[in-house]
Design a protein around this ligand. Structure first.
Ligand code: GDP
Length: 547
């Protein structure tokens, strides 16, 4: 494998001429997005179906078989191994209708971590996938909040419509009430005797009637498309299904929101679609509308103002670092989201934080057996580059060394554990490892004052982060570590007069710790203690993330 820094490579290619027409064409056909959902809503099934439509796989296989062997690794690694398709664990790239799609992995289940949140910072839009019986669930809400904070356009897909679910109108009302976002029903399910037989595309005014294939969604769903104004529609649909659809449309037109593209782009209105990832019904109409309506890569904020993707020189930022868990290959891959310009493998760029030039070689044979290295990439794309510990999450690459993209926010940890070296003789390696892994963004570290000195406390968004930390401390730093999980879970950063902060932080059911910058953070034992403090302690301010 090649390293990110290999100074002996040939001279600078960063300034090679970029064909402007090619650049704008590549930008306009790219859609970089993530799927946000609660476990079991059907993300794996939908991903597989998007690949099926994108022609990346020919037959969608049994999701069940794969679920049985699921471990705490990315689902995609398994997809990759089983199907021999080109996937990194961070991005799935495929084409459909002339568009280049970058589907960013949002680890869920056991591998849910801060990376899941950070990935959303690299996406230009998100698909919010809901189960038609459960609607908005806890994980959906957490991920939605990150999108909302960044005003990411959201496209909602109500899944599993092949089986009886909540009334579609009620579902939409619940989404609006729960998440505070307006909904526009972009497609509407068509039922014939309560069986899901098609969708009506309100924007195109077309009804799609699906044909049952009998292969349980292994191939694309064939459909007949009839205009809503076509007199033959009644016959094609059957009278009762037609009547029910007409009543629903009338209701939607009268009571629902209208489609306003600007509001979709600023994240205040979500188009809602209905379908079944299992049978493929409604997936293609959804995908087509999504590709047309979702934004291509746009400008990104920096210290020098917005950076447009059309800017000719290469710029990008690191949003994820993945350590190789194979002890034989102790290298790491840094994932960059390209913001502007054209990436060519081996190009030299400035690493803003250190001010040093770096040569970017994308990783060869990264994970997949027959993966070809990326030679070429454009704004919106994600590339993995080999790194020996120079890069950190949030780092800017490219530009003139002064440009710095707006940092990736830290997200409040949800789990805490006391960390101690298993071997007291390895205290020094342990401290170094903990510091470096925290800087890299593997987890967050806090400190509690104890009679025996300062006690490190590791905070993580997902449980798996502790296992990864323990593994890496042992194998990369020779410092095996013990984690003792804590009951305290709800962190708040405090600001205010020092005496007030001290008093509030040390109250009953609370624990005072410091973050790596020395800010006081209070951990609450339960939500009740937190709620009580928020209500009564008015002399200090509480912050969900570092102020
Ligand atoms: P994930 O946890 O979000 O990745 O969900 P999966 O894709 O693994 O799906 C969870 C379960 O829901 C599996 O048993 C799927 O077969 C099932 N499922 C997914 N999509 C559909 C659908 O459209 N209809 C029905 N009936 N089941 C579905």
């Amino acid at each position: 494998m090649t390293d990110a820094v290999t100074p002996e490579l040939p001279p600078d290619q960063a300034s090679s001429d970029v064909d402007e027409t090619r650049l704008s064409r590549e930008i306009s056909r790219r859609r970089t997005f993530a799927i946000i959902s609660h476990p079991d809503a059907g993300k794996t099934t939908l991903t597989e179906k998007l690949l099926l439509y994108g022609g990346a796989i020919h037959l969608a296989g049994s999701v069940k078989a794969r679920r049985a062997t699921r471990h705490a690794t990315s689902d995609w690694m398994k997809l990759e191994q089983e199907r021999g398709i080109s996937v990194t664990s961070s991005v799935l790239q495929f084409e459909f209708m002339g568009y280049q799609l970058n589907l960013l992995d949002t680890p869920g289940h056991e591998d849910f971590s801060e990376d899941t949140y950070r990935t959303l910072v690299a996406a230009d839009s998100a698909i919010m996938l809901l189960d038609n019986r459960r609607g908005v669930e806890e994980r959906t809400r957490q991920l939605f909040d990150v999108c909302k904070m960044r005003r990411t356009p959201i496209f909602t897909l109500v899944n599993k419509c092949d089986r009886h679910g909540e009334d579609p109108l009620k579902l939409i009302q619940d989404v609006e009430a729960d998440l505070g976002i307006d909904c526009y029903a972009a497609t509407w399910p068509v039922f014939e005797n309560d069986v899901f037989v098609g969708v009506y595309d309100r924007l195109k005014r077309e009804v799609h009637l699906f044909e049952r294939s009998g292969d349980r969604g292994a191939t694309r769903a064939d459909d007949t498309i009839v205009s809503i104004d076509d007199p033959q529609l009644i016959e094609a649909m059957g009278e009762s299904a037609f009547d029910r659809l007409m009543t629903d449309i009338e209701l939607l037109d009268a009571a629902g929101h209208t489609y306003e593209h600007d509001r979709v782009i600023d994240g205040s209105l979500t188009p809602v679609f209905f379908g079944s990832a299992l049978t493929n019904f409604g997936i293609e109409p959804f995908l087509r509308e999504f590709l047309e309506l979702a934004p291509p890569p746009g400008p990104r904020e920096s210290n020098l103002g917005p950076v447009a993707p059309e800017r000719s020189d290469f710029t990008g930022f690191v949003f994820k670092i993945q350590a190789n868990m194979d002890p034989k290959h102790r290298d790491r891959v840094a994932f960059l989201r390209i913001v502007s310009g054209h990436f060519e493998a081996g190009m030299q760029v400035v690493h803003q934080r250190t001010g040093k030039p770096m040569r970017l070689a994308s990783p060869q044979q990264f994970m997949a057996r027959d993966r070809v290295a990326i030679e070429d990439a454009w704004p919106g794309d994600v590339i993995g580059v080999m790194d020996r510990g120079n890069l950190r999450i949030g780092d800017t690459l490219g530009g003139d060394g002064k440009l710095e993209f707006q940092g990736i926010p830290r997200f409040a940890p949800e789990h805490f554990a006391r960390a101690t070296p298993a071997d007291p003789m390895k205290r020094k390696q342990f401290d170094i490892g903990l510091r470096q892994l925290t800087e890299e963004g593997a987890a967050q570290v806090f400190f509690a004052e104890t009679s025996a000195g300062s006690q490190p406390i590791v905070g993580a968004v997902g449980q798996l982060q502790f296992d990864v930390m323990a593994f890496r401390l042992e194998y990369e730093y020779s410092a095996p570590c013990k984690f003792e999980k804590m009951n305290h879970r709800w962190p708040r950063w405090l600001t205010g007069k020092p005496a007030d902060v001290e008093r509030v932080a040390t109250g009953l059911g609370r624990m005072k710790v410091y973050d790596h910058k020395g800010h006081v953070v209070v951990l609450f034992q339960d939500q009740w203690a937190l709620r009580r403090a928020l209500q009564h302690e008015t002399s200090v301010q509480f912050h969900e993330t570092a102020p």
